[in-house]
Each structure stands twice: as structure tokens, then as C-alpha cells.
Design a protein. Sequence first.
Length: 569
Amino acid sequence: MAASLAKILVKDPGGSEREIEISGSQFRIGRQGDSDLVLLDSRISRRHAQITEDPEGFEIEDCGSRHGVYINGERLERHRLASGDQISFGLADGYTLTFVMRAPELPGLLEKFERAKASHAPELQHLGLLLEMAQRLSRAPVFEEVLTTLVDSALRVTSADRGLLFLADDAKQLKLRLGRTQEGNYLGLDLDDYSKEVVEMVAKTGREQLSLEEEGSGHSPQETTATAKGLRGVLALPLQHLPMVEAGGETIQSAGPELLGVLYLENRSRPTSLTGLDRRVLQTLATEGATVIENTRLLRMARERERIQRELMLARNIQQRLLPATLPAGDYFELRAVTVPCHTVGGDYYDAMRLPNNRLGLTVADVSGKGVPAAMMAASLLGAFGAVAAGDPELPGLFARVNEFICERTPAEMYATLFYGILARDGRFTFVNAGHPHPLLLRKDGTVRALPSQNFPVGVFPRAVFEVGEEQLERGDFVLVYSDGVTEADNAEGEFFGDSRLEESLKTCPRTDAECVLTAVTDAVKEFVGAAPPSDDLTLAILMYSPSSHAKAGTMRSTPSEEQLRDEA
């Protein structure tokens, strides 16, 4: 089975299609970010199904999913897959997959090339076969396999001794990517005994070059009488991508062809054999070769997007697991918090903990960067901060230890802004703000002011000193702690939500409880942003000081999690 090419054709609920190669002995399908095929549907189980390969072929197995695995419309626990099988997951409007397995096609095509040589019209046969080769090459799953097949096909068609393939890098410089002999052996990428002048001329002019020259000097035989080192026939073809022509109004915009690479063919055993090739064969070879390279490049870009999407899903899973399942509740405060992740996934998180003497600790942090690195650093910061804070040390010492930990264990370019406040039953609110946006204090009378801070973020300077702030809260006061994703939320015109709009939303919102304030602020941000995609995570924590005159000291309980609120936001 190793010689077979197994793929999954994925059709999402929106109708878009993509192609995924089944690689490895175990191919996992599910919602979880580290799956080989990630399906972004909350109804899909985290580990929904898996495809395994054995000497007999490929088999799909249900991994105890909620909605099941259906093969050609029938729900099955396990099934031996055949090419063309339709796979679904019990959802009428969900993903549909098609299993496709093909045997390698190159040997059969090369046999057709051999038979074409003996036909009455070999050139026409070659043209048809080249088109067929291009179509099949475009489905090859591995880029190196595509390149190898392309060069081998060119060697067979032209009967050249060896073929070299040069590809343009990001800087548009040609680099030798592959070398093959007529016998199917790979050549080293450090060789330099080819005609550099011919390759450069093709790159410069965008036209094919066909020449007969001396091996050592590169001169044509007519330029010198010394031909002791023999002759070589050289054929070099430009592999070019022709851009689409766009028409706008009364003008037509077009761009010149883009050079993807150069296919270089050389014959030393029969130098003049390349000069007798039909020009249509050469042109078709160049055109279809460029099509193969371009289609493969687009496929690689699609796979890179798939990898990035998988990484973002993994980061989002890490981020969500950092959030507390429940928030503490007491008889003298109300606490509500929400994180609305953006598509790129940052490192926002919040946490709350019970402290001795019936006090509450509240943490809101924002790690620099995006994706998995930010999520991993947030997990590290949460673990370090939670472990130290649980011992209830003095705030300057707490931040000094956490800062030292982050400086020692993370790259210099990564840091975190961090706010930590402690609320006592008598309304005394002490806090350290390490580079986080200034929290806002909303008084019962509707006035709003920032809680100032002069501290650096954690992870910037190893021996930084952190100053403690203090505020006395009165009954009905609110403290709003937020990430910069709130004030820097931008609309379609690129305008930020800003500090003034945030303060205005606080002044005008109902102030009956913490949830009312939280909902008012998130609604104001969503209304301002409109349909513009979020550029950063949005995190809000609302702490209301609301002591009950008849409550007993020392009572604190847990309140249900804010998962429903996060989903609605």
C-alpha cells in the first residue's frame, strides 16, 4: 500500500472544497486543534474518527463520537475504505468527505511515451501525453514528487542525458532545486558543470534557448577549433506563469509573465539529438511544466493555510482552558468576566482566587504575540502567578518573583501586561498594574476615573520594582479591568473605539449589577465595530463592591461559569 496515494476531499458546509493527503499510519479527524483534519464545527466531537493504514489498505473507525460516522449514508463503527466512499458525521448541514485512493500513474504514462515513439505521428502523441501528464502531476501530494516527475518526464520525451530544474526563490533568484539523470539517479545541488550562460539568458529573455556548445568553454563549435572535451546539446525552457488579465471600466490591466523557474536539459552522448525536437513539443513541455509548478505552489499555500488554521485552533483551545470554570462569589462583591477571542488568537486571560481573611484576588493579563507561542506563554504565566499568589505574599514581592520567572524562561521579545487586585471586605482595594491598560473606577454617582500606574510589564527587566496602588471602594462602586482589545477595537474605517467611548459607555449604562455593566460595554464595542473582523482579543472583568449589611463575615461561594456569556459575546 505504500505506493498508493490516499487523500480526503473535504467539502465544508459553505460549499468550499479542499484536498488533504492521508499521511502516517493514523489520520485523526475531529474538532480538536491537533487533529490531522480539523473540522470547525462545534457539533463535531473533539476526537470524532480516525483512519488507519495497514497492509490491507485503509480503515475508518468511530472514536466514540456523539453523532456517529456515516459511510455512504450508513452509520458504521468501523469500515474498510474503498476509493469513492462518502464520509459524513450525522449532520445534514455539516462536512462531507470523499476518500480517494490512486495507484502511482507515472510508470504507465512512461510506457505510453515509449509506444508513442514507434507511432506514425510521435509529436502529436507526445502532445497528448504531456497534457495527460500535467493533469495527473497537479494531483501529486508531495512537492518533491511533482518536481521529480516533471524532470523525469522531460528526460523521457527529449531523450536527454540529464535534467536540471531551477526554481525562483522569494527574491526572484534562480536556485538549483533538482537534478536527475536518464537512469533516474539524483544529482547533487552543488554541481556547476552546466551552461550558466544559457540559464541566465532564458531568465533574462523569457524565451527558450537551444544550443550546441563545447563542454569546457561553453563556446559554440564554430568559435574554436579545439573540441577535445567534446560537445553537448543544451535545451533550456522558461517555466512561466501567465497572470490573469483584468478589465476595469474602459481599461485593461495586464502584467508580464512571472518566471517560476527554468528547465535545463543536456545531452552529451548524442549532442545533436535535442536540435531535432518538434517545437510544439518543447512549447507544450514548458507550458505544462509551468502549470504544474504553479498549481503545486497554490496547493502548498492552501496546506500552509490549513496548518495555520490548525495552530490557531490549538492555541484557542489552550486559551479557553486557561479561563476559570467558575468565578468566586461573595456577600460583599459581584464579579463577571468575559473573553471574546479574535481569529488570530492572542494571549488574554483572567482568573480569580479566594485569599485568606475572606479576600478576593482578581487577575487580568495580556501576553504579547499571537498563536501558539502566546497561548503557551499565557499558560506558563498563569501557572507561575497562581502558584506564587496562592501563598498570599506582599504584592511587590509577588510581582518581583513572577517577573524574574518570565525573564528567565521566555524569549526577550515576549512579555505580558498584568493587572492583579485584591479586594477586602471593608472595600480596601490594593493592586499592581504591570503595564496593563489603566483600570477604570466607576463610582455610584456615575463619575469615572482611571486607576493610575507606572509599572513596566512583566518579562521586560529582570530586576524591575513594582509599585502598589490602593483605592477605597464604596457600596455600588465598580472596577473595570480590560485588555487593549477593547479600546483598540477598530471599525471598517480603521477608527479605534478609544478611551472616551469606553468611559461614555460606563457613564450611561445601567448600574444595577456587574452583569449589566459587562453587557453594556461589550454591546457598545460590538455596535461600534460592526461587521469589521476583530484584530485582537477582547477581555473584560467587572468587579462590583456590594456589601450586605446583614451578611456574616467570611462567606464566599462559587458562581456558575461565564461560558454562556462568552459564547453570546
